[in-house]
Design a protein around this ligand. Structure first.
Ligand code: UDP
Ligand code: MG
Length: 306
């Protein structure tokens, strides 16, 4: 059986079209499948539409969150509840074309346990987003020891063995694509062209995006913390140079001293904030709260989908 996990947040404009295309693709693949929609606390008509879809189609299962817990939590709920031998994670907005799924399944049949979608091209995304994404993935690669694929999102196929491992990892502030790489197994990819959103707007605000980016770094690297030592050493050196200049009687040396002092104060505060990012995440872990709370589950007592 195949499971397709679809995280959904305020997607009333696209969800029916997504369902149509996913159903057509999964039928063409053949064999049993389930479409597992995770409603991440949508405030629009999404819940109603999903319930209607679940009533009319016994391949549909629905998890409803008690509020918005975020995209990564929704994916996690999906991998927790998916029953398939192969599990596919796909966005609801049709930016990841469902038609790529059969190619992923082919690779899985060849014996690969993780097949991720590599974005050969991104359509309809701003130059700003493309540029920051490219820079970010490359930075992340330099900072971490786990090789993270560049230009890959959460659109991927996971073998059920991989899902079983993911279920054991309950870290907060999750960066799922990083965790998938961390657990290992045989990886490969298929290239695809990332489409424009079918309708509606991105549900990732700049704020959510920045938080997500920070989660990627802090979950997999503590290297940014060592920056403090290097910067500290550099300011020390600058201080010594100023001292010598002052003793040598250069009048401009006093101004230089003040400027360096101002910069070093700012740097100290920035490093304090950076340290705070890590401490905040330690705090989140220590609270041991669940990653998400379910309000409802629909379609889970049916016989397996066909
Ligand atoms: N999403 C979610 N919870 C959120 C934000 C987004 O479940 O808090 C879902 C959203 O419905 C979509 C997927 O995550 O299916 C990716 O979101 P989006 O397309 O808005 O992100 P983008 O492609 O612009 O990065
Ligand atoms: Mg999108």
């Amino acid at each position: 059986m195949y499971s397709v996990i679809v995280p959904v947040y305020n997607e009333e404009a696209v969800i029916e079209e997504a369902h149509k295309r996913l159903t057509a693709v999964m039928r063409s693949v053949g064999g049993a499948y389930e479409l597992l929609y995770v409603n991440d606390g949508s405030g629009d008509g999404t819940a109603r539409i999903l319930r209607r879809l679940a009533e009319g189609d016994k391949c549909v299962r629905l998890l409803e969150f008690s509020r918005n817990f975020g995209h990564q939590a929704a994916i996690t709920a999906g991998t927790d509840f998916a029953r398939g031998d192969a599990v596919i994670i796909i966005d609801a907005d049709l930016q990841d074309p469902p038609e790529v799924i059969p190619r992923m399944i082919e690779k899985w049949r060849e014996g690969f346990e993780v097949v991720y979608g590599k974005r050969a091209k991104r359509k309809g995304e701003t130059a700003f987003k493309k540029l920051t994404a490219a820079a970010y993935y490359r930075l992340l690669r330099r900072l971490t020891d786990v090789p993270l694929p560049v230009d890959a999102g959460d659109f991927r196929l996971l073998d059920k063995k991989v899902c079983a491992e993911l279920k054991k990892i309950r870290e907060k502030n999750r960066y799922v694509r990083g965790i998938v790489n961390w657990v290992g197994f045989r990886h490969t990819y298929v290239e695809y062209i990332r489409d424009e959103r079918f309708a509606g707007q991105t549900k990732y605000t700049l704020r959510k995006m920045l938080r997500f980016a920070a989660d990627g770094v802090t979950s997999f690297s503590s290297k940014p913390l060592t920056l403090a030592s290097y910067l500290g050493a550099a300011f020390w050196l600058a201080g010594v140079i100023c001292l010598i200049a002052v003793l040598a009687g250069f009048s401009a040396a006093w101004a230089a001293t003040l400027i360096i002092a101002a910069f070093s104060n700012g740097t100290v505060l920035v490093m304090l904030g950076l340290t705070g990012e890590y401490i905040g995440r330690i705090y989140d872990e220590s609270k041991q709260r669940p990653l998400y709370i379910l309000r409802d589950k629909v379609g889970f007592d049916n016989a397996e989908g066909d």
